[in-house]
Write a protein that binds this ligand. Structure first.
Ligand SMILES: Nc1ncnc2c1ncn2[C@@H]1O[C@H](COP(=O)(O)OP(=O)(O)OP(=O)(O)O)[C@@H](O)[C@H]1O
Ligand SMILES: [Mg+2]
Length: 454
């Protein structure tokens, strides 16, 4: 259940303490610490014997940096017998911060013994620094993320050149390879391309080109595609950094890598830096435990702010299909203050996308208008999959006959039965956020698509 569903469930049964604990934990995940604290306190008032509510509260205090309060919580519960794996983990996290490494190690070992999901890089780093703790599974794939590893310059240079290579390869796609999106292309021209092309004009009015644009929308609707097309449209350096590339480097050094990436882009202005799947920064918990993620986020924000360096003529574009996981701090003025919703393709856009993906395929005169009408609710990726499936059907026939057979309307219609629409579910969860979390009008452009009136 996601956060919104849990909130609704709690509205229906406000006195259900175990449910409150679930909601509290979801709030911690979303880093809604105030709400989490209130929820756990309410759960404890209702039933003080629920240990997980106390643990949750301690976890909140820990994240808020209120170490003493976090520690005191464990004075009120039995820490010897009844703690869960997660309880031992939270306790260990607090003890580490308090410098009580011996006790921390004891509880951390207990946490791992009870629940292997409680592995925590930060604790391991703290413990191995003092020479005590040897990671139990040094041969596991996770060892690459060990905090103790130092990234050397070869690693970062390798990363930079691979990013440049990849970005150069992308120069071949331009706006004409992206169907529809007329308005978005125009917005991107105004916000990204013209400012970079007309620097001196900007300067005449005392303005600097630069800043951040965040694209969001349902999966498969062309966010990544259009961003890559920007690279082909401008005569500026373009850097495509997959956030996973940064995370895949040794985690303890991700902040440094991030800085190098920005510095590299700054040294080649005018330039555009594209961060795909930026939500991973804030939500990829497989790689990042909360606190480590936090430092990375903070580093990213200060790079955006250009605190110590000059960001003029550096444009940062980011894309996500989970805007609700993007830390709110990203959306403040001067950061990603320009937000563009990339909607599913409308009728005209679907025609254009069909033309693009049917180009160079043997086909008889197809009724593009009809197919476009029938694909209402399809994403660009769905349309591409549809054409792929239809092509496979025809290819099979063609191979049997040993001759080229053109694609027909009927082939495409029958392929439709095999193509799943992928964006409905996205809109279902997006609707909740648009209803309940539309601070600052962030989701305003989305409202008409989910049937909400402003
Ligand atoms: N407007 C479009 N014109 C042509 N092809 C499109 C369009 N939109 C999507 N496609 C096709 O769908 C594929 C996937 O699109 P893309 O990767 O840009 O989606 P996305 O919005 O970034 O999705 P996600 O949120 O999952 O990352 C593209 O590579 C392209 O083949
Ligand atoms: Mg994408």
């Amino acid at each position: 259940m996601d956060l919104q569903q849990l909130r609704q469930a709690v509205e229906i049964s406000p006195d259900n303490a175990p449910l409150l604990v679930l909601l509290g934990n979801a709030c911690i995940e979303a880093w809604n610490l105030e709400e989490a604290q209130n929820i756990f306190q309410r759960a404890i008032t209702l039933d003080s014997s629920i240990t997980d509510a106390h643990i949750g509260l301690a976890a909140v205090f820990l994240r808020k940096g209120m170490l003493d309060d976090a520690f005191k919580v464990f004075g009120t519960i039995d820490t010897s017998g009844s703690l869960s794996g997660r309880g031992h983990l939270v306790y260990a996290q607090i003890l580490v911060k308090l410098g009580r490494t011996d006790d921390a190690e004891k509880h951390y070992d207990e946490a791992l013994r009870m629940d292997s999901q409680t592995k925590d890089e930060e604790i391991e780093r703290a413990l191995s620094k003092t020479g005590r703790h040897k990671s139990a599974d040094t041969d596991a794939p996770l060892k690459n993320y060990s905090m103790t590893h130092e990234t050397n310059d070869t690693d970062i240079n390798h990363l930079l050149s691979s990013i440049e290579e990849k970005s150069r390869a992308e120069n071949t796609i331009t706006f004409k390879d992206v169907g529809g999106m007329t308005e978005i292309k125009e917005q991107i021209r105004m916000k990204i391309l013209y400012p970079i092309q007309n620097q001196s004009l900007f300067e005449a009015y005392g303005k600097k080109a630069g800043g951040g644009v965040l694209l969001y929308g349902p999966p498969g609707c062309g966010k990544t595609l259009i961003s890559r097309a920007v690279a082909g449209e401008i005569k500026a350096s373009f850097f495509n950094i997959g956030i996973h590339e940064i995370l895949d480097m040794y985690i303890g050094n991700s902040e440094k890598n991030l800085h190098e990436l920005f510095e590299n882009a700054r040294s080649k202005v005018p330039s555009v830096l594209f961060v795909d799947e930026v939500d991973a920064l804030a939500s990829d918990r497989n790689y990042l435990k909360m606190s480590a993620g936090r430092t990375l986020i903070n580093q990213f924000l200060s790079e955006l702010d250009g605190v110590t360096t000059d960001n003029s003529n550096l444009l940062v574009m980011a894309a996500t299909n989970a805007p609700w996981h993007v830390d709110p701090a990203f959306k403040r003025p001067g950061r990603f203050d320009r937000v563009i919703f990339v909607p599913p393709p409308d009728l005209e856009a679907r025609k254009a996308i069909l033309e693009i993906h049917l180009k160079n395929k043997p086909s008889e005169k197809l009724d593009i208008s009809l197919i476009a009408q029938k694909t209402d609710g399809f994403s660009g990726a769905d349309i591409r999959a549809l054409i792929d499936t239809a092509s496979e059907i025809v290819l099979e026939k063609a191979m049997k006959k040993g001759t080229v057979i053109p694609l027909t309307n009927a082939d495409i219609v029958s392929a439709m039965k095999k193509t799943k629409q992928s964006i409905k579910a996205w809109f279902e969860s997006a609707k909740n956020y648009a209803l309940f979390a539309n601070q600052g009008g962030f989701y305003d452009d989305l409202l008409p698509y989910v049937g909400i009136k402003k």
